[in-house]
Design a protein around this ligand. Structure first.
Ligand code: PLP
Ligand code: COI
Length: 337
């Protein structure tokens, strides 16, 4: 693609050539269809529009030095979409259908997979929505599964440079026994006021605390949180946190590097003791956090202007597997062909 500025891509939507769709009707999934339309024709009483029967995924595909396209941990994203949809009583596509739709969507839009040198990636967005008409609050009997792709650069403009975040206590992203552990659209709606307030005050995003006591660290914007201390990678564990596939990968890589890993409740008071902190996710990759502002006492925790050594080591290890530069020891990568 001659006119795309691959090196300066934002994390945003760019039209690509095709998307892939499949409908669930009368108790079964139909055939995969290829569409060049960016629009969906939806009944005005569809359950996704009124009652939030909507789940999605976010994955990336990368072009290697060898020109091959690799997708990262597709099977894990398929499993998570199935878990998410099942929880809110949707019919979900079998993992094979999910994988085939993703594969097709990537291949049909091959010209949008950024070149190796650009450091950009093709973002893959699988979406499952209730498409059947209901007026009472109940699950739809019809569903649409759709996969589109779009080339993206870093989620935060700073890339691998530290961002500043602000602690929020004024609203919650997810309730203690709510839907934080699955990827439903409603969680993102609930996250908008805190994110908007943080951005209004000049922060990249907000740091959520646990909804019940505001004592433990929860998630950081649309990403998981981690801290590094005494050669230990520490990440919060809670039912309201989305189990991040990136975080899972980092825990595995950390162990392999001889770094201890703790996944447990993390008290806010522990922020003082961390040497490095960051957020991680498909979009965020690893984004180091340089400053955390607590509006309750006006305090700012400072972690420096550059990424710490452990975050940097993990970042490079993850990226080099994703781009196919180092052997795929954990079988996380599938070459798309
Ligand atoms: N937490 C939230 C709320 C997210 O939206 C995401 C993104 O998917 C993550 C964490 C990171 O998850 P993953 O690494 O699987 O992309
Ligand atoms: C991702 O990291 O893939 C996400 O889904 C985060 C956000 C863009 C919603």
């Amino acid at each position: 693609m001659e006119n795309i500025d691959w090196k300066n891509l934002p994390f945003g939507y760019m039209k690509t050539d095709y998307n892939v769709r499949c409908c669930y009707r009368e108790g079964k999934w139909g055939e995969l269809e290829i569409s060049s339309s960016e629009y969906v024709m939806l009944h005005m009483a569809a359950t996704s529009l009124h009652y939030g029967q909507e789940v999605f995924e976010g994955m990336k595909a990368f072009r290697g030095k060898d020109g091959k396209i690799r997708m990262f941990r597709c099977a894990d994203n398929a499993r998570r979409l199935i878990n998410s949809g099942t929880y809110i009583r949707m019919a979900t596509p079998p993992a094979e259908l999910y994988t085939e739709a993703v594969r097709k969507a990537i291949l049909l839009n091959e010209r949008f997979v950024p070149p190796y040198e650009s450091g950009a990636a093709l973002y893959v967005r699988p979406l499952l929505i209730g498409s059947g008409a209901e007026v009472g609050v109940k699950p739809s009997s019809e569903y649409l599964f759709l996969v589109f792709v779009t080339p993206v650069g870093p989620y935060f403009k700073t890339g691998f440079n530290p961002v500043s975040v602000m602690i929020t206590r004024d609203s919650d992203r997810a309730a203690p026994l709510g839907t934080g552990h699955i990827k439903v659209g409603g969680n993102y709606a609930a996250s908008l006021p805190a994110a908007a307030e943080a951005q209004r005050l000049g922060y990249s995003t907000c740091l959520y605390l646990d909804a019940r006591e505001k004592k433990y660290i929860d998630e950081c914007g649309p990403a998981n949180f981690f801290g590094i201390r005494d050669n230990t990678y520490i990440t919060p564990k809670s039912r309201s946190i989305l189990p991040s596939i990136t975080n899972d990968s980092l825990m595995t890589l950390a162990k392999d590097m001889g770094i201890r890993v703790e996944r447990r409740q993390v008290e806010l008071s522990e922020l003082d003791a961390f040497e490095e902190v960051g957020e991680c996710g498909t979009a965020a990759v690893i984004t180091p956090i340089g400053k955390i502002f607590d509006p309750q006492n006006g305090r700012t925790y400072d972690y420096g202007e550059t990424a710490g050594p452990v975050s940097a080591k993990l970042y490079h290890a993850l990226r080099s597997i994703q781009y196919g530069d180092t052997p795929d020891a954990y079988r996380w990568v599938t070459v798309v062909e």
